[in-house]
Design a protein. Sequence first.
Length: 96
Amino acid sequence: MAEEEEKTVLICMPINFNGYVVPGSLKVKCDRCSELVWVAPSGWLVPNKDIICWHCGFAEMEKEGTTTVRVTPAQLEEIEEYRRQKQGGHYEPNPR
Ligand SMILES: [Zn+2]
């Protein structure tokens, strides 16, 4: 009989970050700072969620540990995919 709602926090990449975007992602505003972020298809179906940008998400993680901010397995894969791309040398935040 837990009255407290379980909230899932989706941490999403800001659209101006110029990184890897999962195909089919939607632009949604961060619930904290209103920055536009990409929400991947895996995130649409998550019920009762907060959508926040990386900046807000990482700030909350540092503040509260990992107990309140939970990332879905699918999201982890997406983040891993992004990191692989970055490490693979395809990632260019400032093309010259
Ligand atoms: Zn934010």
